[in-house]
Write a protein that binds this ligand. Structure first.
Ligand SMILES: C[S@@+](CC[C@H](N)C(=O)[O-])C[C@H]1O[C@@H](n2cnc3c(N)ncnc32)[C@H](O)[C@@H]1O
Length: 514
């Protein structure tokens, strides 16, 4: 099957060439009309795009020129289609249709690998029509393809060679596929058995080693086994499960959508995942999660997240976005296509979401990234911060460097800090803002060009210090020189500057030499 797809040029590059950038981008948004217009011919590539991406039946003879059709029908990739199918029958077999969505996928830095992602039909995430109401996608156990969250996690993940990796809630298998490139063993779990079958196909069709697939909830399928890397893009959506009035005839009335909602209250699933990772990480191992968390009235959200961090782990938690409860409810009602239901049903479900949030005293929901690293240190370093600005992806290297700096700084007291030789990171530039013609700038900002692309305000002493850090003089000597220059007491400067220098180091503006 893989050979047949590649021979037809069914690759990410091939798709871009065939569809052109706008139709290609529209397809990634879940919009199919531009791609349908671009695939009216009968080349092998057009046929495969119509079959596997656009859910169009194609003439059996045309498919047979590209694919081993008999075997595809026998093993279930394809199903007979034709005139009778349109009226609900099995089809006369003059045409064939795909049973799953197969789409070329170029992972960050892995473009040449010719990967494929297998998921349920019609599950391209996004698009104006939402997920609901399209074939299987109305079902609660639908297996989604690659979405924005999938690629965000894939790009965040630290990609160092490891022995054992765990992908919890594997879905289409995208995270397991990435992990298979740098882990000797990959375990992939899901509560949804359909997801495990899709993940197996994704790996096989991509030419990747098979994973150890296990069915079950959260850590239950892996018990106390330990890993060097745990990744999860979990069903983090906080929803009023079980209390929402069901739309009649809606498969979702059975409960929640497995791919996005945990079926437990509030942010409990994310908390359980994070807390459970500590004991399942090997020394030096990373656990990386996407998560949602509640902002509760009269509670500091950063404290809520700090309380999730398991002992023995450093943590870096970044809140990327906050939505008030109304924006949040609308986002997920629309994602499920519920805005297209009858107005009264929509209003009832919207009301149930707000009721649930009111009951939990939740005012807003945060979305972000949680990374743990097991260090066994008695004094774990936990950073919880808000950084909603654009970052440079892939960020895996930056995540690793963040924890490397924490390890280093743990060993530096103030005296060691002042004795160390520091260097301004090569991607840092200085920006000055002020009135034109004014002698002194009002603000000086140090800005990173790479990674987190952080910006931090400094005063003239901070800017002077950072600018002088070229690795030749110890930090303390630079401060003495600045003190002399500005007529400041050098002892006072040596006393006051270490916390600020430490912060600049923690955030990667300054790095130790050697
Ligand atoms: C948002 S999807 C992520 C899929 C894929 N890993 C990705 O990154 O695109 C969440 C997955 O978690 C699975 N899931 C839902 N509840 C779970 C649970 N309690 N334990 C394990 N997996 C669960 C769903 O079936 C779904 O495949």
């Amino acid at each position: 099957m893989r050979d047949a797809l590649l021979a037809a040029g069914f690759t990410d590059e091939g798709l871009l060439g065939l569809l052109g950038a706008p139709a290609y981008a529209a397809l990634a948004r879940g919009e199919t009309v531009p791609a349908l217009r671009a695939t009216r011919g009968d080349t092998p590539l057009e046929t495969l795009v119509r079959l596997f991406l656009l859910q169009q039946p194609v003439p059996r003879a045309r498919a047979a020129a590209i694919l081993p059709v008999e075997q595809c029908l026998a093993s279930g990739w394809l199903t007979p289609a034709g005139t009778a199918r349109a009226t609900g029958g099995a089809g006369d077999g003059a045409q064939v249709a795909a049973t799953v969505d197969v789409r070329p996928y170029a992972g960050p830095g892995e473009r040449e690998k010719d990967w494929f992602i297998v998921s349920d039909l019609g599950c391209a995430v996004g698009g104006a029509s939402g997920i609901g109401g399209r074939g299987r996608s109305a079902d609660a156990d639908v297996v989604l393809g690659v979405g924005g969250a999938s690629t965000t996690l894939a790009q965040l993940t630290v990609r160092t060679p490891v022995t054992a990796a765990l992908d919890l809630g594997t879905g289409s298998g995208i995270q397991a596929l990435h992990a298979s490139q740098h882990a000797s063993r990959v375990t992939a779990t899901d509560v949804n058995p359909r997801a495990l079958r899709c993940a197996a196909l994704t790996l096989a069709l991509s030419g990747a080693p098979a994973a150890d697939l296990r069915e079950g909830s959260l850590y239950e399928p892996v018990g106390d086994e330990t890993y060097d890397l745990i990744v999860s893009n979990p069903p983090f959506v906080i929803s009023p499960v079980g209390t929402v009035p069901a739309a009649s005839g809606d498969a979702r009335s059975r409960g929640c959508l497995t791919y996005r909602e945990a079926g437990v209250g509030g942010d409990d699933l994310c908390r359980t995942l994070v807390q459970g990772a500590g004991q399942r990480l090997n020394e030096g191992g990373y656990a990386q999660f996407l998560a949602n968390w509640q902002h509760v009235a009269d509670e500091d959200w950063t404290e809520r997240l700090r309380s999730w961090v398991p002992s023995g782990c450093d943590a870096w938690i970044v809140q990327r976005e906050v939505q008030d409860v109304t924006q949040y409810a609308e986002l997920w009602l629309r994602d499920a296509g519920e805005h297209r239901m009858d107005p009264a049903g929509y209003a009832a479900r919207y009301d149930a979401w707000l009721e649930e949030f009111a009951r939990r005293r939740t005012t807003a929901v945060g979305f972000g990234w949680i990374t743990l690293r097991r260090t066994g240190s008695q004094a774990p370093s936990v950073t919880v911060e808000e950084w909603p600005h654009p970052v440079e992806q892939p960020l895996g290297g930056t995540v690793r460097a963040h924890f490397g700096r924490r390890d280093q700084l743990r060993t530096y007291d103030d005296a060691a800090l002042l004795a160390s030789h520091l260097r301004l990171a090569p991607d840092v530039v200085q920006e000055q803002v002020g009135l034109p013609g004014a002698e002194d700038p009002e603000h000086i900002v140090l800005r990173q060009q790479r990674g987190m692309r952080r910006a931090t305000r400094v005063d003239t002493v901070g800017a002077g210090f950072a600018g002088a850090c070229d690795g030749t003089l110890p930090a303390g000597r630079i401060l003495d020189a600045i003190a002399q220059l500005i007529g400041e007491d050098p002892v006072r400067l040596r006393d006051s500057m270490p916390p600020r220098i430490r912060l600049l180091m923690e955030q990667g503006f300054l790095e130790p030499v050697g």
